[in-house]
Design a protein around this ligand. Structure first.
Ligand code: FAD
Length: 463
């Protein structure tokens, strides 16, 4: 009577519905991790994110052993081979039932449908669970369609919060029998500088929950006032844990509401961000175009994006001549993380001032972020490029210099990442003479002209 649980993107033991029910339901349990570099590469997963998951898996393997749950690691070559490996194992160990948490990408949905069919052919059952706060099918407009705009979605979400208390699951039950020794989790190779980044994010769910507690105890109340300033440590930095399912959105909401209410503005604002996260997952679930590398809005399918490779490279290296953009890109390249305000500024600059296809930026982010999350990344990029659901209107283009003056007033953030320009008079936009003196690039494009051009191109295209 052995069950099988497959790790998808839920690298935690607590509040893990599929793992919890797999453990309740049998006498012995195997947890399988599929080592699939080909799939990770195809999905542009960053080395940092994968290394972070592997570090977490190592910690999980110790806990799993204490619960008599065996860890099985199998290798697969691409997403299409995953089911083959699962079925081989199911047959060889005479597995009773298989348990998974659903993933919302189109390939993953199809993979799981096929797995279900193959298991049925063997007279076995696939049990699928959902890690979202609310099932995406359960939030609908009055006309029974899915929401495309955030505010009414969040209203519907919040009204569900009022009627349905958030509950979280505990650890899986200890198994009577352990069927085999666990496979050893092997490190993946990572360059030394990248390894150093991981020191900032301690792996494992205990660390995630500690960070969450710390944030709720000391920072959430001032979140609204501080969250927009990249030089200030005002946000939770929980995204790497949430993106790899080391922590769930449900756990976040449960823990917040255990101690605080949304009467406090900081709490309300932070809860709203968790709802944004759920919104983009919901959009991914309800709209297959998102999984197919297409803009949410069909009308942008033939948009005349620029293919200026020099501009793209300058943007990615942080050499655009706009200090806030360059500092932000260097933060990303050195730490695998970027502040939310800056993500919006650099994404808008790429897709509007440079008119470069947002998908190139989306891919670059995924390849470099430790918190790369397909749904949130895609949503954030399409919001900035005005091609997505509830996106920024195309004519409302951030001026990066004004944003810099507003959100990094004293230039502390810029000085940290671009120390070479620390001594200039106007840190937000040094004069040409100063640029020449210190060897800092001139503007890649004129900000006013490029803004005007972007509005023209979008406006002509929208007619
Ligand atoms: C162009 C662009 C790309 C992005 N790519 C990603 C990505 O790959 N992965 C990712 O997790 N977030 C992404 N975001 C959203 C956001 O920037 C990060 O979630 C946030 O900066 C993470 O920092 P934090 O954990 O301190 O967030 P906090 O401000 O403490 O927020 C708490 C949590 O809420 C969620 N959240 C916050 N803001 C958003 C948002 N705008 N959209 C969706 N969820 C949100 C995150 O899970 C975050 O950890 C992107 C935003 C933009 C504009």
């Amino acid at each position: 009577m052995t069950n099988l649980y497959i790790f998808n993107t839920d690298f935690r033991l607590s509040d893990n519905p599929a793992l919890f029910h797999a453990a309740e339901n049998g006498e012995s349990l195997v947890a399988m991790f599929i080592h699939n570099p080909k799939k990770w590469q195809r999905h542009n997963e960053s080395d940092l994110k994968i290394a972070f998951q592997i570090e977490t898996l190592k910690i999980l393997s110790i806990k799993l052993a204490e619960l008599n749950i065996s860890l099985k690691i199998v290798n697969a070559e691409g997403i299409n081979e995953e089911n083959k490996k699962i079925i081989e194992f199911v047959k060889s160990k005479n597995i009773k039932e298989v348990f998974i948490n659903k993933e919302y990408g189109i390939n993953e949905i199809n993979r799981d449908k096929n797995l279900e069919k193959e298991l049925v052919n063997l007279n076995k059952k696939l049990n699928s669970f959902d890690s979202s706060v609310f099932l995406p099918e359960s939030i609908k407009t009055q006309s029974d369609t899915f929401f495309k705009v955030f505010t009414p979605f969040s209203r519907a979400f919040r009204s569900k919060l009022l009627t349905k208390k958030i509950e979280i699951l505990g650890f899986p039950k200890k198994q009577k029998n352990k069927i085999q020794e666990s496979d050893e989790v092997k490190n993946i190779s990572l360059a030394k500088e990248r390894k150093n980044i991981l020191k900032f994010y301690e792996a494992g769910e205990e660390n995630a929950l500690d960070r969450l507690d710390e944030f709720i105890a000391h920072k959430i109340v001032s979140y609204k006032e501080k969250r927009d300033f990249p030089a200030v440590d005002g946000t939770s930095s929980l995204s790497p844990y949430l993106s790899s399912g080391i922590l769930s959105s449900r756990q976040c909401l449960f823990k917040v509401f255990e101690k605080l209410s949304e009467e406090k503005e900081g709490v309300k604002t932070w809860v709203n961000e968790i709802i944004w996260r759920e919104f983009y997952k919901y959009i991914l679930f309800h709209n297959q175009r998102v999984s197919k590398n297409l803009s949410f809005s069909e009308k942008y399918d033939d948009f005349p994006w620029s293919d200026n490779q020099d501009h793209f490279i300058a943007w990615s290296k942080g050499e655009t001549g706009v200090p806030i953009i360059d500092a932000a890109m260097r933060q990303l390249n050195s730490t695998g993380w970027m502040h939310n305000r800056l993500r919006m500024i650099v994404a808008m600059y790429l897709s509007k001032n440079l008119l470069i296809d947002w998908r190139r930026g989306e891919k670059y982010f995924m390849q470099n972020l430790i918190d790369g999350d397909f749904a949130s990344n895609n949503g954030g990029w399409q919001w900035s490029a005005s091609t997505g659901v509830d996106a920024a209107p195309y004519f409302r283009i951030f001026n990066p210099i004004t944003q810099s003056e507003k959100f990094d007033k004293k230039g502390d953030f810029i000085k940290k990442w671009l120390p070479e320009i620390s001594s200039v008079n106007n840190i937000h936009d040094p004069s040409s003479d100063e640029r020449n003196d210190i060897g800092y690039s001139n503007h890649l494009v004129d900000l006013k002209e490029s803004r005007k051009k972007a509005i023209e191109v979008f406006s002509n295209f929208s007619k």
